[in-house]
Design a protein around this ligand. Sequence first.
Ligand code: ZN
Ligand code: ZN
Length: 73
Amino acid sequence: MNCFECATEHQATTPAVTVCSQCGAASCVQHTRVAHAHKEVGYSPGAPSERDLGRRMFCPTCAPESAHAVEVR
Ligand SMILES: [Zn+2]
Ligand SMILES: [Zn+2]
């Protein structure tokens, strides 16, 4: 599968590395945004009120504000 953003923005065929967890669009490394999903849990003294549900991948359109670009090492 090829990157949806590359295909629609500049008709490029870039191999996709992830699929957006929101809309299902495939995206390449440059167009992938990474964030952690959190779930509100009931507040109890001494316990965090949020639970980390793990990593989520997004396309640029669906990425939440906390998402960041993928680091290529
Ligand atoms: Zn792309
Ligand atoms: Zn998306």
